[in-house]
Design a protein around this ligand. Structure first.
Ligand code: C2E
Ligand code: MG
Ligand code: MG
Ligand code: MG
Length: 283
């Protein structure tokens, strides 16, 4: 029989977690993480890291993608691959997303004030932020408070987000676009949506998913990337390629319709101080 019992929380809180005795270890970890994630925001454990983006021809830094990091008090850094889905399923992503947005824009303003005036910042948005918060109001408020031009802010959405609630989301995206921010489709090519949305959505950029770049060593992989780049060119969309790690990938992509690289070859995600240092070192 399932005997419900309690266990003290790993991080020493006074709140007990109830769980079924046959609940597996993974599920218990999930529960503990969920409890801890609820407190992470107020405890200041959610940090924002920045991964450099470079011009595909000159290799100069043109911007950075803001990536959330959770520094758990006992577990160390928890991967966004784990806590972002958890934040999405619990709704905490609305608060976390707002925090990332505000922090990233503030940090980008600092870079601008330091003389790097055309550095862009990419911010990931989750579907919940469209459906469970007033995203337009949040963006408007942030734009009002900052000296950073709206055009330096690049909002990243996924194909699946674009496709769900398409009509409602198109109108929100159009509203955001009207404020002057730029819009990207993240992880392009990994959703299984029709390409028709590319025409109806007011987007500027596609970010080609890392999985395609991993396959650039094969002729078939090259053919797919070439096709994606040609399509982007004919639709007049600019292209960021994610996951660039090797010289041969750079060589293959240069001279094609690809404006920006992002990948470990040009830098891993780092904190704001390290990113500003990197900007200065390249001056
Ligand atoms: P993403 O938006 O596609 O971000 C790019 C991810 O690819 C980052 O992982 C980055 O570290 C990784 N990456 C970039 N270049 C390379 C490379 O050359 N090699 C390898 N192996 N990896 C590379 P990260 O930071 O772990 O984030 C994972 C995902 O979590 C993000 O994927 C995004 O979907 C989500 N995420 C992160 N921060 C936020 C956030 O603030 N809000 C939302 N909604 N999602 C976020
Ligand atoms: Mg992204
Ligand atoms: Mg991506
Ligand atoms: Mg990705």
């Amino acid at each position: 029989a399932n005997v419900a019992r309690t266990e003290a929380k790993s991080s020493g809180g006074n709140q007990a977690i109830f769980y079924q005795s046959d609940m597996n270890a993974e599920a218990r970890t999930q529960l503990m993480l969920e409890t801890d994630l609820r407190k992470a925001m107020e405890k200041g454990e959610i940090e924002v890291y920045y991964q450099p983006q470079v011009d595909a021809e000159t290799l100069e830094i043109t911007g950075a993608e803001a990536l959330a990091r959770w520094k758990h008090p006992t577990e160390g850094y928890v991967s966004p691959g784990i806590f972002i889905p958890l934040a999405e399923s619990t709704g905490l992503i609305v608060e976390i997303g707002r925090h990332v947005l505000k922090t990233a824009v503030k940090d980008a303003e600092t870079w601008q004030d330091a003389g790097f005036d055309c550095v862009h910042v990419g911010i990931n948005l989750s579907g919940r932020q469209f459906t469970h918060s007033d995203l337009m109001k949040d963006i408007q408020a942030v734009l009002q408070e900052t000296t950073l031009p709206a055009g330096c802010i690049d909002l990243e959405i996924t194909e699946s987000l674009a496709m769900s609630n398409a009509d409602q989301n198109i109108s929100i995206l159009k509203g955001l676009k009207a404020m002057g921010v730029s819009l990207s489709i993240d992880d392009f090519g990994t959703g299984y949506s029709s390409l028709a949305y590319l025409q109806s959505f007011p987007i500027d950029t596609i970010k080609v998913d890392r999985s395609f770049i991993l396959n650039l060593a094969t002729v078939e992989g090259q053919a797919i990337v070439k096709t994606i780049l040609a399509m982007a060119e004919s639709l007049q969309l600019s292209v960021v390629v994610e996951g660039v790690e090797e010289d041969f990938q750079v060589e293959f992509l240069q001279g094609k319709h690809c404006q920006t690289f992002q990948g470990f070859k040009f830098g891993k995600p780092m904190n704001a101080t390290a990113f500003l240092k990197l900007l200065h070192s390249k001056q």
